[in-house]
Design a protein around this ligand. Structure first.
Ligand SMILES: C[S@@+](CC[C@H](N)C(=O)[O-])C[C@H]1O[C@@H](n2cnc3c(N)ncnc32)[C@H](O)[C@@H]1O
Length: 205
């Protein structure tokens, strides 16, 4: 009971501090496109609050997220299944030595990265089929999210933060687990992690 209340209080404090940081960063970037700004500012607020220098993104797509945050992290890994999109992103970020684009299925490639990188990191999990040029995995269908989480927890480092985009899609359809399933799954890991949703982003903090 006490543990539950403590978890709730800490969760509320983290949430309030993050909202404050996001609002402040947002005011600085009024001109940027609004879809990305919410997400980017969330990633940057988490980075600042928890002092994390490594970002691992699954699903590069056109590299918009990488582009916005590339100067804020000492190292960024981004995994993309589509050969075309991965090649294009490699070309785009060629000059940025801290950006590594990996062509592969995140449900498989993620474990190779995690074997190499032990420091705490932010995971931005955003792999799913979205439109014409986006890829669909033969191994995991529309979303490899459960496989990604399994790999992350098998290679867990204290201080890791997981952010999962598109919370609204977690409805038990199209290969997505439900939010309840996911929150139970995290609770069972017993790692004192908080689970909450803000602005369509699932936070595991
Ligand atoms: C929503 S987009 C990512 C958007 C990008 N993160 C951003 O913020 O600009 C999803 C991407 O995931 C890719 N994708 C789908 N399944 C994948 C998988 N199993 N492994 C790696 N990438 C995958 C798609 O090709 C698509 O480019």
């Amino acid at each position: 009971m006490f543990k539950k209340i403590k978890r709730k209080i800490v969760s509320n404090i983290v949430f309030m501090r993050l909202s404050f940081l996001v609002q402040r960063l947002k005011r600085k970037n009024q001109s940027e496109d609004i879809y990305h700004i919410d997400k980017i500012e969330k990633i940057l607020a988490v980075k600042k609050l928890f002092n994390i220098n490594i970002l691992i993104e699954t699903g590069t797509y056109l590299g918009q997220t990488v582009n916005y945050v590339k100067n804020h992290f000492s190292h960024i890994f981004s995994i993309e299944l589509s050969e075309l999109l991965a090649e294009e992103a490699k070309r785009k970020f060629k000059k940025h030595k801290n950006v590594e684009i990996i062509k592969g299925d995140s449900g498989l490639a993620l474990s190779e990265i995690l074997k190499k990188v032990q420091a705490k990191k932010i995971f931005w999990l955003d792999t799913h089929y979205s439109s014409g040029i986006a890829a669909v995995s033969d191994n995991f269908g529309n979303t490899p999210i459960l496989k990604e989480l399994e790999i992350i927890f098998d290679n867990w480092t204290n201080g890791n933060i997981i952010l999962i985009d598109d919370a609204r899609l977690f409805n038990g359809k199209n290969d997505y687990p439900t939010i309840e399933f996911l929150s139970d799954y995290i609770l069972k890991k017993n790692l004192e992690l908080r689970f909450f949703i803000d602005k369509d982003i699932i936070h595991i903090i």
